[in-house]
Design a protein around this ligand. Sequence first.
Ligand SMILES: [Zn+2]
Length: 130
Amino acid sequence: MKEKIARFMYGRYGLDKLGYAILITSMILTLVTSIFGGDGNYLSMLLLIWECYRFFSKNIYKRSQENSKFCGITKSIKKKLGLMKNQLRDRKTHRYFDCTTCRNTLRVPKGKGEIKVTCPVCKTVTITKT
Ligand SMILES: [Zn+2]
């Protein structure tokens, strides 16, 4: 039996981060629908069918492209959330602002008066009040 399953799964894509995200979203949708009611079960079923299609797909290149797109999106969201968390943590001691040339986020200490800040990425010098 185990060999049959292994033979069946040979060359098929399987589960990845996008797959886990689809499954978790489907489960949350089912849970929310069972508590509050509504038509979320149809969407949940569609998500499960989509994940089954991806799981058993033999087009590994296309599935991994979808996953890398998803990972790129989640990485940028995680980066923005991390920056927001740091800004909240340092709100009393530091000030954050964007570089005027490259849009890189810079952090300077508060209460130092007018200071000259050099961007570590593009080396642009900005004079700012902290
Ligand atoms: Zn810069």
